[in-house]
Design a protein around this ligand. Structure first.
Ligand code: C2E
Ligand code: CA
Ligand code: CA
Length: 763
């Protein structure tokens, strides 16, 4: 498990360490006594070692193995430094500790560079070129003179010559790190300066080595002390977690910084040839070999840079044409494909260009209920199934959040088979998170012969398939529709209606009417249903069945719902105040599924109740079964909150939706409204009578209230009363009427009126 120390404490540690490191270095420079020096050095080095082993791990830095290598390297160097003054006669003993330190440090850099993704081929080649040049220079200028010293074992000379070479390797790794870093976290800066200090210290030793010394004064160790401090800071600083994360510039194979590094490296053999080359044939041979190797590496590097460039270009072309989530072609790519098909298909004959547009039904619910990760997971799975179902020659693309397009040139039977194949993908539930979601897709198909302008043809085909898909959607989930020209008119009509509805909301063209809900035993209203009405100034009354779906699709339903609720609550408050209705009277208000998706709904309703001074028990909210069948999520929480408030919750159009009734127990529903399709058959159809009887029995068992809707005749009323239904609404008592008419006809203090004398035909 990964845990992160609180930021303030984490920052405290590296600061304390840095101050301690500098203080110890100062003490060391004062050179009070060899014992004090040794203690200072050991203290810094030991804390660094402990820091490398523990801090990056605690902070969650990766790769872990890198920091273990760094800690081990620091331990090796400490051993080397502590030993060196005591083994001046046998310096090899100290080297035996130091050399593995370099190897471990190289391992550290290799792991770090790999984890940062900084090991592209040309970057590695750059490193090799610099190593070769630096190695050659240090061999000829430092190692060779050292090795030439008389009276030393050969192995010792070889080792002394090796140090500068190790440094060159470290430098190359460090340079690679700096070139490929886009940001400079403090941990990286500390690491680079630490490495630079090691190299400086080594160079100092190499320089004195030329004159035959292996140890001169404690001052020579100051760079190492500071290097330890820096490495410790690098390990302790919280930004150490960023150190191992991939961070590099986009491919810049020939950036000017790299050229600045490479040019001196390439020049090195020539400069050496001129300066020290003349002294021996062996030198010239070595210089020649290194020069050749450098040129070879340069050629390799040029080739690799070109390849990297081509790969980057291919990658960006791929990205421009593909959807990153599913890897499928995107809209641009499929548009080009439809154009290609339009150009390649003959203008006559059975083959036509077909475009199949599909949109997942209820995708928004998945996103809203389980979050976008679950939505992504669903899209990926659907994409996988579609790709497997669609024939190999047919291009499949993702063109929107939950929209896919397939395009093919084929005859009609083949196109219909394609639709079957697409639909078959939704037969099985899709696993999302820890549940399974049954999902469907609405499909629109369009087709056209080849020929003509391919770009225009492609545009029209995609647009028409989209239009046909919307038509499918309007007819319910899982439908497929083939485009025909009349659809354009319907789309235009819908868009116009949306605009007009927007205006209607702004200009108060909407009103609310009230339909009585009566007690069958007394014939008096115990409630009323609030129903919205729209009187368009030019087009006259527009029925709710026409504009409510438009309001739901366009999001206007929230504004519309707010209007109806507030108008109805205001009316109810005034009726309660003037005695038109008694305290037991309630008002039933419709809410659409989309409104219940708003997690703040209960809070909003609570505010409105308070503002109008109406108790929650005097309000019922009606919703269709689909809200509950869609399975909980955000809507379920809203329902529970609403019930908590005390409002009644009624299932509207009961019996027309889902056969599974489990939701009645699962959700805090208080009653059902039997759909008028069952009521209309009463007195004529024995089957409908049985259904109503069953609903009554079930509602009683669950303690739910029952209202029968759409009662138009006395026969129906009597049949309902006979099976035990107590409340009903319908034209028998009257349609929804404006508040004034309702009060006139139904005021609580008036005599019991009969059924409304004239049945007004509902608009
Ligand atoms: P609904 O909730 O089922 O409302 C009952 C519908 O049946 C109303 O139609 C009402 O006028 C009609 N009706 C009443 N009695 C009879 C009858 O005896 N026979 C017949 N054939 N019909 C009767 P309306 O007002 O056209 O509303 C249609 C639908 O529009 C409503 O169905 C409801 O789903 C929706 N709606 C109406 N007002 C609102 C509203 O304010 N908000 C929301 N979200 N939906 C509303
Ligand atoms: Ca209703
Ligand atoms: Ca209804």
């Amino acid at each position: 498990m990964r845990s992160t120390a609180p930021p303030s404490r984490a920052h405290l540690w590296w600061r304390v360490f840095a101050v301690g490191g500098v203080a110890a270095t100062v003490l060391y420079v004062l050179d009070l006594s060899p014992a004090v020096d040794a203690v200072c050095f050991a203290a810094i080095a030991l804390t660094t070692i402990v820091a490398c082993f523990t801090a990056p791990r605690r902070l969650g830095a990766r790769p872990r193995a890198a920091w273990i290598a760094m800690g081990a390297a620091a331990a090796c160097f400490l051993a080397g430094v502590l030993l060196r003054p005591y083994v001046t006669a046998q310096p090899l003993i100290a080297d035996a500790a130091t050399v593995p330190g370099y190897a471990l440090l190289s391992v550290y850099f290799a792991l770090l560079l790999r984890s940062r993704g900084s090991t592209e081929r040309h970057a590695v080649l750059d490193g090799l070129i610099v190593c070769l040049a630096g190695g050659l220079a240090s061999a000829l200028l430092l190692a060779a003179p050292t090795a030439a010293l008389a009276g030393r074992p050969a192995i010792q000379s070889v080792l002394a010559a090796l140090y500068p070479l190790f440094d060159v390797v470290l430098l190359a790794a460090c340079i690679n790190l700096t070139f490929t870093a886009r940001v400079w976290p403090p941990s990286l800066a500390a690491l680079v300066s630490g490495t630079a200090l090691i190299v400086t210290g080594d160079m100092a030793y190499a320089v004195i080595g030329v004159s035959g010394q292996t140890y001169a004064s404690p001052l020579l160790d100051v760079p190492f002390l500071l290097a330890y401090t820096m490495l410790g800071v690098s390990a302790l600083h919280p930004s150490v977690v960023q150190l191992g994360r991939a961070d590099r510039h986009p491919v810049q194979a020939w950036s000017w910084q790299r050229m600045l590094l490479l040019a001196p490296a390439v020049a090195t053999p020539f400069v050496l040839l001129v300066t020290v080359g003349g002294t021996s044939a062996a030198f010239r041979l070595l210089i020649g070999a290194c020069g050749l190797a450098i040129v070879t590496l340069l050629v390799l590097r040029a080739v690799s840079a070109v390849q990297a460039h081509v790969a980057a270009q291919l990658h960006s072309e791929y990205q421009a044409m593909h959807d990153p989530l599913t890897g499928l072609p995107n809209r641009r790519r499929i548009t080009a494909e439809v154009e290609r098909l339009a150009a390649a298909t003959p203008a006559t004959g059975p083959r036509r260009v077909w475009v199949c547009f599909l949109d997942l039904d209820g995708f928004k619910w998945v996103n809203d209920s389980w979050g976008h990760d679950a939505g992504d997971q669903l899209v990926i799975e659907v994409a996988r199934r579609l790709r497997a179902a669609v024939p190999p020659g047919v291009m499949l693309a993702r063109v929107g959040g939950d929209e896919f397009v397939a395009a093919a040139a084929c005859d009609e039977p083949a196109a219909l088979r394609l639709v079957d194949a697409v639909q078959s993908c939704f037969a099985k539930a899709v696993p999302v998170r820890d549940t399974e979601v049954v999902i469907s897709a609405s499909i629109g198909l369009s087709h056209a012969p080849g020929g003509g302008d391919p770009a225009k043809a492609a545009e029209a085909l995609l647009r028409d398939a989209d239009t046909a898909m919307y038509r499918s959607k309007a007819e319910g989930p899982g439908r497929a529709t083939i485009f025909d020209a009349s659809m354009h008119d319907r789309v235009r009509e819908r868009i116009e209606l949306e605009g007009a509805l927007r205006t209607a909301l702004a200009e108060d063209q909407l009103t609310v009417v009230y339909q009585p809900i009566v007690r069958l035993d007394t014939g008096r209203p115990c409630a009323a249903e609030a129903l919205v009405r729209w009187h368009h100034p030019q087009r006259g009354p527009i029925p709710p069945m026409t504009f409510i779906p438009v309001a739901e699709d366009s999001g206007l339903i929230d504004a519309l719902g707010t209007f109806v609720r507030n108008e109805a609550l205001r009316q109810l408050a005034s009726w309660r105040a003037d005695g038109t209705v008694d305290a037991g009277f309630y008002l039933s208000i419709n809410v659409s599924p989309r409104q219940l998706a708003d997690p703040r709904l209960a809070q909003i309703v609570a505010g409105e109740l308070t503002r109008h001074g109406v108790p929650a028990s005097a309000v019922a909210l009606e919703m269709t079964e689909s809200v509950m069948a869609d399975g909980g999520g955000a809507a379920a929480r809203v329902l529970f909150e609403l019930r908590e408030l005390g409002v009644r919750l009624l299932v509207d159009d009961f019996g027309t939706g889902f056969s599974a009734l489990g939701y009645l127990r699962q959700f805090p529903v208080t009653g059902v409204k039997i759909d008028r399709s069952f009521v209309s058959g009463l007195g004529e159809s024995a089957e409908d009578e049985e259904i109503v009887r069953a609903v009554v029995a079930m509602a009683r068992a669950l303690g739910l209230s029952i209202v029968a809707e759409g009662v138009e005749t006395r026969t129906q009323r009597d049949a309902l009363a006979a099976v035990g239904v107590t409340q009903a609404q319908g034209w028998l008592w009257g349609p929804g009427v404006p508040a004034g008419d309702f009060a006139l006809h139904w005021a609580a203090d008036r005599d019991v009126p009969g059924p409304a004398p004239v049945v007004v035909r509902h608009p």
